[in-house]
Write a protein that binds this ligand. Structure first.
Ligand SMILES: *[C@@H]1O[C@H](CO)[C@@H](O)[C@H](O)[C@H]1NC(C)=O
Ligand SMILES: *[C@@H]1O[C@H](CO)[C@@H](O)[C@H](O)[C@H]1NC(C)=O
Ligand SMILES: *[C@@H]1O[C@H](CO)[C@@H](O)[C@H](O)[C@H]1NC(C)=O
Ligand SMILES: [Cu+2]
Length: 383
């Protein structure tokens, strides 16, 4: 639908808020695959977790504006609670920052390695739990179906800057785009969008980014500590752009899920094959937001929308897993170091994955199933 430009931003925003989206090919695949999950559960009953009792994680615009505000209020609440990691990181000022600190410390271990998918599953679940237990949030972690907003992310229910959004784009500030190391031209640079400056609209317009940067995509003040964990308060910056979003449309995700039968390839294609000029949906989603800290490989969870993006990553893994539960609930790949640097052994289900001081180490095996993993504490599906 093309809206005349004369219509004000507010009207546009309220229209967007009321918008419903037809199911895309990935939604249809997920729905068509549920009987496989049902069948598997009938053969492998999980104590305390059935399809009927499982939590439903929902897409952002399938929530009412009221429900979205409950979510962003809970995130703001987490940003107001005292940090548990300030001994490790003088820059950590809140419980929200704790999660950013843990990501910074564990970035090389949990990307391009065996732990990428299971660790992020644990990480998101733990954050969802903190919102609920520490901030009285009654809902569950929403996800961002990239396809819905890929054509025009700035004016989408996620980024339109309305009170029911995850905050607006940044103010216009020139920059050169995002270099993609190792990719051949023209894929070695994601062109900039229309933002780059501070976010001034929506629920997170006042938020302070406290730690980092470590690998910034914009020119921002350096952290007082080399490890990025010092106190460096600054505004949230974004450059929401459709250039990166173009590789996150449903046909890419569908292709990823259906054409990669081994987890090695599923994860590799998802994380991007930069030398072949393929950014992948993982980088595509991160750089749709871009800015500071969203575009920073280490500090990205410091932009609250990170959590919706990685819930989608988890959803895509879940959809891939339920295509063949007998093999895919136990399939891991890669080695224990990022892109096998320095060289390390192949990871296994017995390896440990944890959240530092926030949560105990558990085996990767415990993180493989959303239906009964983590001793039954994981019990969710995506709607
Ligand atoms: C932002 O901060 C200002 C000044 O402290 C305050 O008046 C305003 O209500 C805050 N806005 C939001 C959306 O939190
Ligand atoms: C997805 O669709 C776009 C636009 O039609 C196309 O350029 C792109 O090659 C497609 N990607 C895949 C993986 O099929
Ligand atoms: C590690 O995994 C690779 C790829 O699956 C395989 O070729 C290799 O033999 C494995 N190495 C060991 C020591 O098991
Ligand atoms: Cu990450």
């Amino acid at each position: 639908m093309v809206l005349p430009k004369v219509w004000g931003a507010t009207l546009l925003a309220s229209l967007a808020a009321a918008q419903t989206y037809p199911p895309d090919v990935v939604d249809e695949l997920a729905k068509a695959s549920l009987p496989k999950l049902e069948e598997w559960l009938a053969k492998n009953p999980q104590e305390g977790c059935t399809l009927e009792t499982a939590v439903r994680r929902k897409e952002w615009s399938d929530l009412t504006v009221e429900q979205r505000k409950e979510y962003t209020d809970a995130v703001l609440c987490l940003q107001s609670k005292p940090a548990l990691t300030s001994d490790l990181a003088p820059g950590a000022k809140s419980r929200f920052d704790d999660y950013v600190v843990i990501h910074i410390l564990q970035t090389p271990r949990n990307h391009g390695s065996t732990f990428f998918l299971p660790w992020h599953r644990y990480y998101i679940w733990h954050y969802e739990n903190a919102l609920r237990e520490e901030c009285g949030y009654k809902g569950y972690q929403p996800y961002w179906n990239w396809d819905r907003y890929a054509k025009d992310p700035v004016n989408s229910p996620l980024f339109d800057g309305s009170e029911g959004s995850m905050g607006g784009n940044g103010a216009k500030e020139e920059h050169n785009g995002i270099p993609i190391p190792g990719a051949p031209p023209p894929y070695n640079m994601i062109p900039p969008g229309d933002g780059g400056g501070c976010v001034t609209t929506g629920p997170f317009k006042n938020m302070s980014v406290n730690v980092g940067p470590l690998a910034p995509t914009l020119n921002v003040e350096r952290n007082p500590q080399r490890d990025g964990l010092g106190y460096n308060p600054r505004c949230l910056r974004r450059d929401v752009n459709k250039n990166a979003a173009a590789v996150t449309t449903a046909n890419y995700t569908y292709d990823l899920i259906t054409n990669n039968h081994e987890v090695y390839w599923f994860q590799t294609v998802m994380e991007g094959q930069f030398p072949q000029g393929k950014w992948g949906v993982h980088a595509g989603g991160h750089y749709t937001v871009s800015g500071d800290p969203a575009g920073d490989f280490y500090v990205s969870p410091g932009d609250p929308v990170f959590w919706l993006h990685h819930a989608m990553i988890d959803r895509v893994w879940w959809i891939w897993q339920i295509q063949d539960l007998e093999t895919r609930l136990t399939q891991v790949s890669h080695t224990k170091t990022m892109n096998n640097f320095p060289p390390s052994a192949n990871g296994t289900l017995d390896d440990l994955s944890g959240l530092g001081v926030l949560a105990e180490d558990v085996t990767v095996r415990e993180l493989m199933s959303t239906m009964g993993g983590l001793g039954g504490k994981f019990c969710y599906i995506y709607e």
